[in-house]
Structure formats: C-alpha cells, structure tokens
Design a protein. Structure first.
Length: 255
C-alpha cells in the first residue's frame, strides 16, 4: 500500500522508485546531490517526490557528463548565484557541442580518404617513406609537405644521414598526409584542415572506421538528450533558490 503523502517516502521507497540502493541514496544526500531529507521523530529519513525527481535528473546528468562532474553540479547549482548556476549548466552543453564538433571533423577527414583512391600512398609497416616518395604518392611538391609540417599537419621524424638529417614518414604520418591532401583537394582551408587533424589526434581515431565514429556521434546525441532531460530539473532547482527539503534538527541515525 502506498505511503501517505504526509508521512513522506522512506529510503526504501525512494530506492524502489529510482533504482538506487538505499546506501547510494544516503551517500548522495550526504554529498548534496539531493537536498537533505526531513528526519522523523524516530530518526528515519523522510523524502519527497522532489528527491525522486532530483535523483532521476542526476542519473541523466551522470550519463551526459560523467558521475563525478554530475555530483559536483547537482551540489553546486544549489549554492551558486542563479547567473553562475545557469552558466555552469550552459558549459555542459558547450562541452558536448565541442565533443560532437571534433567527432564530426574526424569523420569528415576519414570520409575524405575513404572517397579518394587515386592519391593513396602505399601503406607499409616495414619502411617509412622519404619526402620525395610521399610527395610523388600524393602528387604534391616536397615543399608542400614541408609547409604542412610547419602548420603541424604532418609530423615526420628525422633520421641521421651522411649529409645531416632527413625526414621519414611512418605509416600513421602517411595516413595523416593523405587526409590533409584529400581535404585540401576538396577545398578546405588550412585552419579547417588543422581542426580536422587535431580532432583525429585528440580522439585517437587515426585508424578508426567510419562506423566507429558514427557510433561515437550517436552516443554524443544520446548524452545530449540526457543533458536536456536533466536540464529542466536543474532549472527548477536554480529558480527555487532553495534545497529540495529543509533539514530538521539532527536526529539519531535512521533509514
């Protein structure tokens, strides 16, 4: 039988509604993810549907940005001035937007080399290419490769030779050079190519498939939806200007 509203919800009831264990609920209350529960005369915690709401919002937020930042955020939006609290929530959207932008840039770069066939440099795990060999494979001038290196688009290593040193392009660097060549051929400006190459390096997707990046983009979409779901509750908390329930005087430890 449902508990009377006046009696509030027991920790076990909140656990049944949210899927969190009794101990998790106690811990999340203790660190301020949800507001303090009112204590009954026997010391047991009595929660409200607002606590249930906030726990569900925390789950969505944890999915969106990770549990540690989510715990901190649910606590901080109760303590910050409204402008600062709203700015904090906005920053989470900005982070996800940036992550999606990087994934899309990496996908565009990989799509570019999957679509081009004529300029494919030979991939070998045995020998790195010289600048002359790579330039010929990509149908560009050696000076172009040196310019790309100056822009940090390719990163050859140096080997000692009889006349000094020479550039060598390992397999991973050759693939980066192929991406640069394909994007430049498609009309991308140098800053755009730098963004795409930076995204691939940051995401460590130089050997990833398009399917893997598509899965990453879908995951970011789901996390963004989770953030939107949590955002409505966070807005209510910020607007209320108070914690979900006022704490009563400390009592004996209870449920």
């Amino acid at each position: 039988m449902a508990e009377p509203v006046s009696a509030g919800l027991s920790t076990a009831s909140v656990s049944a509604e949210t899927g969190y264990s009794v101990q998790q609920i106690r811990d999340l209350e203790a660190i301020g993810v949800i507001g303090p529960a009112v204590r009954a005369s026997n010391g047991y915690r009595r929660f409200t549907q607002l606590h249930v709401r906030d726990l569900r919002a925390y789950r969505e937020l944890a999915h969106a940005i990770g549990p540690v930042p989510a715990r901190r955020a649910m606590r901080d939006i109760r303590r910050l001035e409204p402008d600062d609290a709203v700015a904090l929530v906005r920053s989470f959207h900005a982070l996800l937007d940036a992550e999606r932008d990087r994934a899309l840039a990496a996908r565009r770069a990989l799509q570019a080399i999957s679509d081009e066939a004529g300029n494919e440099a030979p991939a070998t795990t045995e020998d790195a290419l010289t600048i002359t060999e790579l330039a010929a494979a990509l149908d560009v001038r050696p000076s172009t490769l040196r310019f790309w290196e100056k822009c940090d688009l390719v990163r050859p290593h140096r080997v000692t030779t009889a006349s000094g040193s020479a550039r060598r392009y390992a397999v991973a660097v050759v693939r980066e050079a192929r991406i640069v060549a394909a994007l430049r051929e498609a009309g991308y400006r140098i800053p755009d190519v730098q963004h795409a190459i930076g995204a691939i390096r940051e995401l460590e997707e130089i050997d990833a498939s398009l399917d893997a990046l598509d899965a990453r983009i879908r995951d970011i979409t789901q996390r963004t939806l989770a953030l939107l779901k949590a955002g409505g509750v966070m807005a209510e908390i910020i607007e209320s200007g108070t914690v979900v329930a006022g704490a009563s005087a400390p009592g004996p430890s209870g449920g």
